[in-house]
Ligand binder design. Sequence first.
Ligand code: HSE
Length: 396
Amino acid sequence: MSKNLKLGIFGFGVVGQGLYHVLEETKGIKAEILKICVKDPSKKRSLPDRYFTFDRGDILDNPDVDVVMELIDDPEAAYEIVTAALKNGKAVVTANKKMVADHMTELFELQQKHKVPLLYEGACCASIPIIRNLEEYYDNDLLNAVEGIFNGSTNYILTKVFSENKTFNEALTQAQKLGYAETDPRLDVEGYDAKYKLCIILTHAFGLFVNPDDVFNYGIQNISDFDIKIAREKGYKIKLLAKSRKINDEKVVAMVMPQFVSDKSELFKVENEFNGVIVEGAFSEHQFFIGKGAGGYPTGSAVLSDISALTYNYKYEYKKTRQVSGVVLSEDFEITIYLRFLHPDSIDKNDFNLILEEYRALDNHYIIGKISFSKMIRSSWISNPDCSVILLENGD
Ligand code: HSE
């Protein structure tokens, strides 16, 4: 039997308002908003005052509230709200990827201890139902890889820079105006946002609990006009990819990096704020999901789907954590990269296992070659803003 849920919402920004409108327009859902807790009493709101409170206790300690919706920006405050709600026996829905990724182990344990669900489909790739699919559809398939475009803002920026010749800053400002970017857009641009999503996916795909600090992320901030010219000449686009892949029974590799993507890949046509996720399973083989990855409505739709799931008592079972044991993250593998640099003495060619192509000019130089991943992430040039590193597809 499905039940009528009473919701207490924290936050009324892009996602909170998106959810309100999505709820208004969805007739079938058995849920109503009791209270919305916001921070700033002076801000003008689009709903009557009776909805709003500035006191967390009006939701967290309210026995009428069944479900706490955590839709605020600040991950520390979100963590306090979510843990307090779970300890008070309330189901929780959140879209805060950093908070979930940073505290996955504790949040998993709190759900077991207090026997309440925490759902967070909106935290990963917005409208693409990837977590529920990994949990339910691929629960028994042996997954080999989950990878793709997990960040809408950077995909929007790269699309506008690549296809419409906009400058990086114009495109970023537009992504902010459209409500795609994080409050601190460095989280998008430097690959952190995609990494948090990847860490959540690592738990549901491979049963791994990882500290986001242990997963390498390299953003799009160093990509130059020269890099874009080279990509065009070679018939590629550049996309920021989050990648996870099992390399044997014990080892999974994971990273966020820009990659040259050819038109052979489904990701080539994933543009603007869309995300694309490729899932490779031993039996299901190659599957591709595409959908809007940022914005109030796409994220609101995922949050709504979590509310709907709670009306029939759905919870994540974290099935892969029980099926797989002894799997660890590994840095021990080889990749093919393009490394562009301004000063030849800023890099050491001996870092490469094999050089496939070398280009020298007056200012920009590049090397395409094979390198050990662990050597690359510890190199002196990886943090040099005058260098740009881009992955090549399947070692092309
Ligand atoms: N800033 C995020 C993005 C929002 O651009 O993908 C959705 O998680």
